[in-house]
Design a protein. Structure first.
Ligand code: VGL
Ligand code: ZN
Length: 208
C-alpha cells in the first residue's frame, strides 16, 4: 500500500473574506485544513498547498479580455469564465490565508497568461503538466485527501485529474466552499466528483 498526501487547493486571500474573488465562507475551510495538517504532520505524511498564481496580464481576467465578470466566453479555443483580477503573483491576494499552518510544498499554477489552470495537475487545455504528479509518484503516494477553494473550479478539476491519473481520492467535503455563479454549482461539482470515483469524506469523522 502506498502513502497518502493532503492537497490544500488555493487557500489564498483572494478566495477568502474581503478578497477579489471571495468565496462565501471561504475562511471556514482554514480550521479544517489545520486539523488535517496536524494529523498528516503527526504521521509524517506530505502536505501540499497549491497557489493560483497569475501574471497581471492573465487573459482569464475580464479586463484583459473585454469580458464581463462571471460571464462565459472563449479563450484560445477553450470555454472561459471571465474573472475579476485575482491571485496576481506575489501580491497580498495570492498569499495563503494568514491562519493556515505551514505546508511542506507549494505547487503553482496559472502562470501562462494564455490559458487558465483550474487543476493542480494540468492547465485547462491539458498541454502543460505541473510537477505535482511526479512529486507524488516519486514519493510512492497513491492516496490523496483533497480540499480547499473553490469546490466548483479548482477543487473539482484537481480531483477529476487525480482520479484520471490513478489516485485514490478522498474529497474533504467540509473543507471546501464554492463560487456558485449558479447556486447549485457546488452541489453539482460534488456529484460529478463522486460519480467519477471520489470518496466523500468529512473531517468530523476523524477522532481528535
Ligand atoms: C479559481 C477561478 C479562477 C479556484 C481560480 O481556485 O477555484 N477559480 N481561478
Ligand atoms: Zn485564477
Amino acid at each position: 500500500m502506498g502513502k497518502k498526501a493532503l492537497i490544500l487547493v488555493d487557500i489564498q486571500n483572494d478566495f477568502c473574506e474581503g478578497g477579489a474573488l471571495a468565496v462565501k465562507d471561504g475562511d471556514l475551510v482554514v480550521p479544517v485544513a489545520n486539523k488535517l495538517i496536524s494529523l498528516f504532520n503527526q504521521n509524517s505524511d506530505l502536505v501540499i498547498g497549491t497557489k493560483d498564481w497569475h501574471p497581471a496580464s492573465h487573459k482569464s481576467f475580464a479586463i484583459n479580455s473585454n469580458g464581463n465578470i462571471g460571464e462565459l466566453g472563449e479563450l484560445n479555443g477553450l470555454p472561459q469564465v471571465w474573472w475579476p483580477v485575482h491571485c496576481v503573483e506575489n501580491e497580498y491576494g495570492s498569499k495563503f490565508h494568514k491562519n493556515l499552518k505551514g505546508v511542506d510544498l507549494t505547487i503553482f499554477k496559472g502562470q501562462d497568461p494564455e490559458v487558465d489552470s483550474y487543476s493542480a495537475f494540468f492547465d485547462n487545455g491539458k498541454k502543460h503538466k505541473t510537477d505535482l504528479d511526479k512529486v507524488l509518484k516519486d514519493k510512492g503516494i497513491d492516496t490523496l485527501y483533497i480540499m480547499g477553494l473553490a469546490t466548483d473550479y479548482c477543487v473539482k478539476f484537481t480531483v477529476l485529474d487525480a482520479l484520471e491519473l490513478g489516485y485514490k481520492v478522498y474529497l474533504v467535503e467540509d473543507g471546501c466552499r464554492g463560487v456558485n455563479i449558479s447556486c447549485d454549482d457546488s452541489i453539482k461539482a460534488i456529484e460529478t466528483m463522486k460519480n467519477s470515483g471520489a470518496i466523500i469524506f468529512n473531517s468530523n469523522d476523524l477522532k481528535a
